[in-house]
Design a protein around this ligand. Structure first.
Ligand code: ADP
Length: 379
């Protein structure tokens, strides 16, 4: 397995720049997830890594080698696609053995590698079956098995679970995590699904319009997003954003005024801010709560009046859709047991530590205490 490093990699098609100045280190044995909305350049980046596309600028290294001009077959990379592309007339064994056979491996070597990989993937009882006799999940495992037997330096996965139903996706995701751990393999995994990214990745790289927005652990991206794009992309339902104006700055953070006239303190590093500056306050649906009208919030809390316009019951919790006096829409994740009704007037409450603050250019102010919001809630 190998370390991969990209330095200022760019890719253009004619005059159109698709990837801009991508710099990224993927450590030996790491599972890195590339995530971003459709069209942000994820697949292009994978194709650049495996050599199906030339790069227009920068340097790409796998292990100690600069591989800018190395053809795909010599890069030691195995790619798993969402379409499994299994040979329909070959059984599972022959599908997995095929690549080794054309590379001239001995029969004994092929058998050992195929059987070992099949065991790891729990498909050793399916070796005689044809692809059409397998479920979608099993076919996906055969496709992964075909990659494993080649013992590549790097695995690339391009949305490999998109053809599976929700339950199977979740199950296969867990299996992939285990597989990664068992193989100790370096893997790059592409998805547009932030939940898949959060649950799978050691490191997540968020791409937008061909640029890396942030690379970090799932928790870092969630708690300390670099900018508004990352904050809105990671987390479900999406973070609430409210326009505001900076009133006062201090070591505690920034006091800002929301559109409805309420002032709230956000516990952020306010060093870069100016009084009077337009900002946006971010508040995650799971970091605030709804109190009955008339309840007194904590002295330091952000609190404002709102009306419930929709309730979605999810069982373990519910999603409350609200509107504040100034027409601002908010989503709050509520306790599934609480009695809330459409049209109720309530107070939305959040601790100062729960708030995020974004400048007009979208850059986030670092949060000073981005820890456990639930404990900040307890009172
Ligand atoms: P993603 O995988 O994130 O959905 P892609 O990497 O497939 O995005 O595409 C990124 C952008 O590059 C898109 O705007 C797409 O239209 C463009 N693109 C992809 N391939 C080509 C190509 N061969 N020629 C021109 N533009 C392309």
């Amino acid at each position: 397995m190998a370390r991969v490093s990209l330095k200022n990699v760019s890719k253009s098609y004619g005059q159109t720049a698709i990837l801009h100045d991508i710099s990224l280190d993927i450590e030996h044995g790491e599972l890195v997830v590339l995530v971003g909305p459709s069209g942000c350049g994820k697949s292009t980046l994978l194709r650049v890594l495996c050599g199906l596309e030339d790069i227009s600028g920068g340097e790409l290294r796998i292990g100690d080698d600069v591989v800018n001009d190395l053809p795909p077959a010599q890069r030691g990379i195995a790619m798993v696609f969402q379409s499994y592309a299994l040979y329909p007339h070959m059984n599972v064994y022959r599908n997995m053995a095929f690549g080794l056979k054309i590379h001239g491996a001995s029969k004994a070597e092929i058998e050992k590698r195929v059987v070992d990989a099949a065991k790891v993937l729990h498909i050793d009882h399916l070796l005689d079956r044809l692809p059409r006799e397998l479920s979608g999940g099993q076919r996906q495992r055969v496709a992964i098995g075909r990659a494993i037997v080649r013992e590549p330096r790097l695995f690339l996965f391009d949305e490999p679970l998109s053809n599976l139903d929700a339950a199977l996706r979740a199950k296969t995701r867990i299996e992939l995590s285990r597989l990664h751990r068992d193989l100790g393999a370096t893997m790059v995994y592409v998805t547009h699904d932030q939940i898949e990214a959060m649950t799978l990745g050691d490191k997540i790289v968020v791409l937008h319009e061909g640029r890396v927005q942030q690379a970090g652990t799932p928790l870092t991206l969630y708690q300390q997003p670099a900018n508004r794009f990352v904050a809105t992309f990671i987390g479900s339902p999406t973070i609430n954003l409210m326009p505001a104006r900076v009133l006062e700055l201090g070591t505690q953070g920034a006091r800002v005024q929301l559109g409805n006239g309420c002032t709230v303190l956000a516990t952020v590093d306010a060093g870069a801010l100016q009084v009077g500056e337009s900002v946006e306050v971010g508040l995650r649906p799971e970091h605030c709560e709804v109190l009955a009208a008339g309840t007194a919030p904590g002295a330091m809390d952000a609190a404002f009046d709102a009306e419930i316009t929709l309730v979605e019951h999810l069982g373990e919790s519910n999603l409350l859709y609200l509107q504040t006096d100034d027409g601002q829409e908010l989503i709050v994740r509520g306790d599934g047991n609480a009695a809330v009704r459409l049209g109720d007037s309530v107070i939305v409450r959040a601790a100062p530590e729960a708030l995020y603050l974004f400048r007009a250019d979208g850059v986030a102010c670092p949060r000073l205490r981005p820890g456990n919001m639930r404990s900040a809630h307890a009172r």
